[in-house]
Write a protein that binds this ligand. Structure first.
Ligand SMILES: CSCCC(=O)/C(O)=C/O
Ligand code: FE2
Length: 183
C-alpha cells in the first residue's frame, strides 16, 4: 500500500524521509477527501495492468503521454530541474504520473497547509488536481522513471507559491470548500 506521512520541517537533505517524531502516517482516504489527490495501484507486471491503465486513460481522457527519466545522466539541466521540482508550485491542469521504475516523493499540502509526503514506487499512479500546492523530490536512490499523462496539448509550467491569482488555484479552493465529491 502507498505510504504517506506528515513531514517535519527540518532543513536536512530533501531526499530523506522527514518523518515527524514520532512518525505520523496519513490516511489516503482522508487525504483524498480533503485535497482531491487520487491514487491507483496498477501493477505493470500483472496481466490486467495494461487493460486497467487503458481503461483509466479512456475514462479520464488522457490522450497524451510521454516518459521522463530523472537522473543526473538522463535529464538535461538536471540541477536546475531538481531545484524547480522541489520549489512549491501549482499547475493549471492535473499532474498525472505513473511510476515505471525507481522511486521518489511527492509532497502535497493538506487542508491545514501541512506537508504530506507521498512515497511513490513502480505501479503507483498519482493524480494531483490542478491548483494544489505541491513539490517533488528524488529520494536517496536518485532515480525515477515516470509516464506523464495529459488531457490535450501538454502544459508543464509550474506557478510558484504564492499563486493565489491563478484561476486553477481559485477553482481548487472552491472545490476544496464544497468537497471534491461534488465534482
Ligand atoms: C516525477 S515527475 C517530475 C516532476 C514534475 O513534473 C512536477 O511538476 C513536480 O511537481
Ligand atoms: Fe508539479
Amino acid at each position: 500500500m502507498v505510504q504517506l506521512w506528515y513531514m517535519n520541517s527540518g532543513s536536512e537533505d530533501q531526499r530523506l524521509e522527514h518523518h515527524l517524531t514520532p512518525p505520523q502516517l496519513a490516511d489516503l482516504d482522508q487525504i483524498n477527501e480533503e485535497t482531491g489527490v487520487l491514487y491507483w495501484k496498477i501493477d505493470p507486471n500483472n496481466d490486467d495492468g495494461e487493460d486497467n491503465l487503458d481503461k483509466l486513460k479512456t475514462d479520464r481522457g488522457y490522450n497524451y503521454e510521454d516518459i521522463m527519466e530523472i537522473s543526473k545522466g538522463t535529464l538535461p539541466n538536471y540541477e536546475e530541474k531538481i531545484k524547480s521540482f522541489f520549489t512549491e508550485h501549482i499547475h493549471t491542469e492535473e499532474e498525472i504520473r505513473y511510476i515505471l521504475d525507481g522511486s521518489g516523493y511527492f509532497d502535497i499540502r493538506d487542508a491545514s497547509d501541512h506537508w504530506v509526503r507521498i512515497k511513490v514506487i513502480p505501479g503507483d499512479l498519482l493524480v494531483l488536481p490542478a491548483g494544489i500546492y505541491h513539490r517533488f523530490t528524488l529520494d536517496t536512490n536518485n532515480y525515477i522513471k515516470v509516464k506523464r499523462f495529459f488531457v490535450g496539448e501538454p502544459v508543464w509550467t509550474p506557478h510558484n507559491r504564492p499563486a493565489e491569482e491563478i484561476s486553477s488555484r481559485k477553482e481548487y479552493i472552491k472545490k476544496q470548500q464544497k468537497g471534491f465529491k461534488e465534482y
